[in-house]
Design a binder for this molecule. Structure first.
Ligand SMILES: N[C@@H](CCC(=O)N[C@@H](CS)C(=O)NCC(=O)O)C(=O)O
Length: 225
């Protein structure tokens, strides 16, 4: 059975959503990143990058959330666009835009706004600007079509959903006023039974919530050096 190495945060959530949507059986293995589980030598053999999610499927070992989405889409044949180069090129572009833009800029915006020590004004301004710029591109795309690739719900919408859930924490509580199309997609996916099952996974295990010295050492080791 597929093993999903999981923490209740944006990147693992999108993989959980895909597994639930596709009806693939899987075992959830909690990785408590605030306790430092991601640095466990056994986990590093699965993901040398020491991050969640990761997935083991028989002999296949896959890490990085968007690579896992592609792997699962190919394995199941589900939630992919049409099987022609034009449609696949569009899918790769938007999936990589989420992987290299939405995820990293949103993650760094959260880091600098909520967790980094001062002085941080320049970093907060830089990542806030870039996170807004990236989310506005998604919002504009969704003004023209119901889903990221047109009329069909695909793996790219799942990739967006993982981070869209955190938009108020990333950009501030007023963000939805400026990103109505992202909010519309988020609300629609949240209504899906698979999304509700994916969301409920966070309650299956107890994860550390405090961002104390142990958590900062595990996640932001440069602060303690
Ligand atoms: N590019 C990776 C990023 C994974 C990532 O940053 N995961 C976070 C959770 S959303 C994590 O495990 N953080 C723990 C840490 O930074 O130590 C992906 O898309 O899977």
């Amino acid at each position: 059975m597929i093993k999903l190495y999981y923490h209740p945060s944006p990147n693992p959530a999108k993989v959980a959503l895909f597994l639930e949507e596709a009806g693939l059986a899987y075992e959830l293995i909690p990785v408590d990143t605030r306790k430092g589980d991601q640095h466990d030598p056994a986990f590093l053999k699965i993901n040398p990058n020491a991050k969640t999610p990761a997935l083991v499927d028989g002999e296949a070992v896959v890490f990085d959330s968007n690579a896992i989405l592609l792997y699962l889409a190919e394995k199941s044949g589900k939630y992919l666009p049409a099987d022609n180069l034009n449609a696949r090129g569009e899918m790769y572009s938007w999936l990589m835009f989420v992987a290299t833009g939405i995820g990293p800029y949103s993650g760094q915006a959260v880091h600098f706004k909520h967790f980094a020590p001062a002085p941080k004004d320049y970093a907060v301004a830089r990542y806030n600007f870039e996170a807004w710029r990236h989310w506005t591109i998604i919002n504009d795309r969704l003004a023209k079509m119901p889903y990221m690739l047109g009329n069909e719900y695909t793996l790219v919408d799942m990739a967006v959903w993982g981070w869209a859930r955190a938009v108020p924490f990333i950009l501030g509580n007023e963000a939805w006023e400026n990103l109505p199309n992202v909010k519309r997609l988020l609300d629609e996916i949240n209504e899906r039974p698979a999304a509700q099952r994916a969301e409920a996974l966070k309650n299956k295990h107890c994860y550390k919530s405090e961002m104390d010295a142990e958590a900062r050492k595990a996640m932001f080791p440069q602060i303690t050096q």
